[in-house]
Design a protein around this ligand. Structure first.
Ligand code: 5GP
Ligand code: ZN
Length: 114
């Protein structure tokens, strides 16, 4: 738990979220400002700032986050395909400095993104 981290607070249940999945290690919830008709975030509960601060011990957890993407995407109606995104660092478009995988699809604004 990192002080003043919004995703740590969501992971601890201190701030509500529209959850799509939760286990001991990972939580997934709908993005508050969706860029597609379906847009959710898969978040390791452990506070990892970004891909730039990964340590070898984080690898299994990151593998789990990635492997959950197709499972949760199917459950959210994206079984025919979806996009994923990890923004890294302020210069990489990251605004919440707790690592998260965006999963989105199903039409909407993101269809026109590169
Ligand atoms: P980033 O720009 O860091 O890759 O993405 C952060 C994402 O988190 C944004 O898409 C933003 O809409 C979402 N977000 C920020 N604060 C909250 C929140 O309190 N709840 C939820 N559900 N999403 C949030
Ligand atoms: Zn955090």
């Amino acid at each position: 738990m990192s002080d003043n981290c919004i995703f740590c607070k969501i992971a601890q249940g201190q701030i509500p979220s529209n959850k799509v999945y939760e286990d001991d290690d990972v939580i997934a919830f709908h993005d508050i400002h969706p860029i597609a008709n379906v847009h959710f975030l898969i978040v390791p509960k452990r506070h990892i700032e970004s891909l730039l601060t990964l340590v070898p011990d984080d690898q299994a957890l990151l593998g789990k986050v990635l492997a959950l993407a197709p499972q949760l995407a199917r459950e959210q109606g994206l079984g025919e395909g979806f996009r994923t995104m990890i923004n890294t660092g302020a210069k990489g478009g990251q605004s919440v400095f707790h690592l998260h995988l965006h999963v989105f699809g199903g039409g909407g604004k993101a269809e026109t993104m590169m």
